[in-house]
Design a protein around this ligand. Structure first.
Ligand SMILES: Cc1ncc(COP(=O)(O)O)c(C=O)c1O
Length: 498
C-alpha cells in the first residue's frame, strides 16, 4: 500500500519539498520549525467558529490580514491546493468576456498575456482555460554554444539553457515585447526559478508601471525570501510581493507548511490595477475547493507567525551552515557548486548528474530534482549541521570514486528557439488533421501540445513548435518524466496551412 511505501522511506534525508521536512513538534505556544503533532485531530470543516475560506469574516480574516501585513500586500489569500490554484485564479482574473481571438493588427496582439517560455505548466493551462493570447518572451541563451564552456564560471541559469530549458528573460527583451504588443497589458514571469536564480523584479516592476502592464510574479519558490533580505545575499533578493501586483508563493515548498499550502498576494498600487483584489477573489472562488484543508490552513498561519518571531535568526543560522557546506564542497573535483541568488537552493553541477543522483539515493538521500547536468537540493532551517555533514560525506565519497572512474558524459544540448517573441495563438485555427507518433518519428512535425519535463514542469517543445533533433535528444533522456505525451506518443499536426 502507498502508506507502507512512503513510511518505509520516512528516515531518508529529504532535500526536497515540502519545506517542513517531516519535522513534527508538540505545539505549546512555542513555535518551532515543523508541523504540530496534533494537527490531524484538527481536521475540521467550515463551522460556526472556524470561519469560511472563501468568505473570511472571522479567524481566517484575521490570519490573512496578518499575512498581508507581513508580506506588504493589500490582500493575502490562503490556498490549500497549491500555487497552481493561485496561478489559475490570477490569470483567469484577466479573462476577456468579449471572446476576442488572436489578432495581428499591425500594433501587435491585443488582449493577451506576456509570459516566458520557462513558465510552469500551470501557467500554460491557465492560459488555455482562460482563452488569452500568449506572447512568449523567449530568452534562450546558449552560453555553451557561445563558448562559455567552463564549468567553474558557468552559473545555474546558463547551464539551464544548455539543458534546453529556457533561460530568464532580460529587461530589454521584456521592453521590446511591450513595444511590439501595445495592447497586451499583463506580464507573468517566474522568479526565482527552480535553480535559485532571480530576475531583477524591481526594474521589471518599474518597467511595468511605465507601460501600465499588470505584473503577476510566480515566486512559487520564494515564500521564504523576506527573511533572506538582511543576509549577505544578492541585492536581487527582495520581498517579491513588494515588486509585483500579484505575487504567488508556494509556501509548502520552502516553509513548514503542509503540502498544498500557498499564498496569493494582491495589491492595487496603480490606477490600472484598481479592482484587481475583487477580480482575483472572484476567480479564486471558481477554482478553489469549498472544502479547504484546515490542517493546511493552520500551518499557513503558523508559518507567518514563525517567520515574524523566529525567521531572521533561523535563516541567519542556516546561512552559516550552508556557507560552511559550500566551502567544503568547493574543494571537490567532479562536483561544482553553481551560483544561486537564493543560498537555500543548493545546485550542484557534475558531468554525471544521473550517477550522482543514484549514489545519493543509494545512501537514502533524496534531492529535489536532477537534470542532465545538475542536482538541485532544497535546504530549509529544518536541516541540521549533522544532516548537512552527512550530505557532504556522501558527496565526497562520490567525488573520490569519480576521480578513479571519470566517464565521458552528456554533451550540451539546447532547445533551438527563436530569440524573439513567439505568438503561438491561432495555431489551432490553421492546423489541419493530427496524429500520434513516436518521438523519434516526429522530427520536422508541428507539436499539438506543449511537451516538457517534470519536474520542473516547464516545456521543451511548445504547442505549435516544429520538433527538432535537439528536442528529441533532450526528451529521450528523461523517460518517465515527460508530460504532454499520450501513451508515450507525441501528437503532431499533419500539416499547417500558411
Ligand atoms: C515555478 C512554479 N510555479 C508554480 C508551481 C506550482 O506549485 P504547486 O505545486 O504549489 O501547485 C511550481 C511547482 O513546482 C513551480 O515550480
Amino acid at each position: 500500500m502507498l502508506y507502507d511505501v512512503i513510511k518505509k522511506y520516512r528516515c531518508a534525508l529529504r532535500f526536497h519539498t515540502p519545506g517542513a521536512k517531516g519535522r513534527v513538534y508538540k505545539y505549546d505556544k512555542t513555535l518551532e520549525w515543523g508541523i504540530p503533532a496534533d494537527l490531524l485531530e484538527l481536521d475540521i470543516t467550515e463551522l460556526e467558529y472556524s470561519d469560511n475560506l472563501l468568505i473570511r469574516a472571522g479567524i481566517l480574516k484575521v490570519a490573512s490580514e496578518n499575512a498581508a501585513n507581513y508580506f506588504g500586500a493589500d490582500k493575502c489569500f490562503f490556498i490549500t491546493s497549491g500555487a497552481t490554484t493561485a496561478i489559475l485564479s490570477a490569470v483567469y482574473s484577466f479573462k476577456r468576456n468579449d471572446g476576442v481571438k488572436a489578432k495581428n493588427n499591425g500594433g501587435g496582439t491585443t488582449g493577451g498575456i506576456f509570459i516566458s517560455k520557462n513558465s510552469h505548466i500551470s501557467v500554460y493551462n491557465a492560459i488555455e482555460i482562460t482563452g488569452l493570447n500568449s506572447i512568449i518572451i523567449d530568452s534562450c541563451v546558449d552560453n555553451y554554444a557561445n563558448g562559455v564552456n567552463n564549468a567553474d564560471k558557468v552559473s545555474a541559469d546558463s547551464v539551464c539553457a544548455s539543458n534546453g530549458y529556457s533561460d530568464l528573460p532580460t529587461l530589454e527583451q521584456i521592453e521590446s515585447a511591450f513595444k511590439r504588443h501595445k495592447g497586451v497589458k499583463v506580464l507573468l514571469l517566474t522568479s526565482p526559478n527552480y535553480y535559485g536564480k532571480v530576475l531583477d523584479i524591481k526594474s521589471i516592476y518599474a518597467l511595468c508601471k511605465k507601460y501600465s502592464v499588470t505584473f503577476i510574479l510566480d515566486a512559487a519558490h520564494g515564500a521564504h525570501f523576506k527573511e533572506l533580505a538582511g543576509l549577505k545575499v544578492s541585492d536581487l533578493i527582495k520581498n517579491p510581493t513588494q515588486y509585483s501586483d500579484i505575487c504567488i508563493l508556494s509556501a509548502h515548498k520552502t516553509l513548514p507548511v503542509l503540502t498544498g499550502g500557498a499564498f496569493l498576494n494582491v495589491s492595487e498600487r496603480a490606477d490600472y490595477t484598481k479592482g484587481l483584489v475583487n477580480r482575483v477573489d472572484a476567480s479564486l472562488k471558481k477554482f478553489h475547493t469549498t472544502s479547504p484543508s484546515y490542517p493546511c490552513l493552520i500551518t499557513l498561519d503558523l508559518s507567518i507567525h514563525y517567520l515574524q518571531s523566529k525567521g531572521a535568526a533561523a535563516y541567519a543560522s542556516l546561512f552559516q551552515r550552508v556557507s560552511a557546506l559550500k566551502q567544503r564542497l568547493d574543494k571537490l573535483k567532479h562536483i561544482k557548486v553553481l551560483d544561486t541568488d537564493d543560498f537555500t537552493r543548493l545546485v550542484l553541477k557534475t558531468k554525471c548528474a544521473k550517477a550522482l543522483e543514484s549514489h545519493l539515493v543509494a545512501n537514502r538521500i533524496y534531492p529535489e530534482l536532477t537534470d542532465l547536468a545538475r542536482v538541485v537540493f532544497i535546504i530549509t532551517p529544518a536541516d541540521t549541521e549533522s544532516e548537512l555533514d552527512t550530505l557532504y560525506s556522501v558527496l565526497e565519497a562520490f567525488d573520490i570514486a569519480r576521480e578513479n572512474d571519470v566517464r565521458e558524459s552528456v554533451t550540451s544540448t539546447t532547445a533551438s528557439h527563436d530569440n524573439t517573441s513567439v505568438d503561438n495563438t491561432g495555431v489551432d485555427n490553421i492546423a489541419v488533421g493530427k496524429g500520434d507518433l513516436d518521438l523519434i518519428d516526429a522530427l520536422g512535425k508541428t507539436s499539438v501540445y506543449n511537451v516538457g519535463i517534470y519536474p520542473p514542469a516547464t516545456p521543451v517543445i511548445l504547442k505549435g513548435e516544429v520538433v527538432t533533433k535537439k528536442h528529441i535528444k533532450i526528451l529521450s533522456q528523461f523517460k518517465g518524466r515527460i508530460y504532454g505525451l499520450q501513451n508515450g506518443k507525441i501528437a503532431v499536426y499533419d500539416s499547417i496551412e500558411h
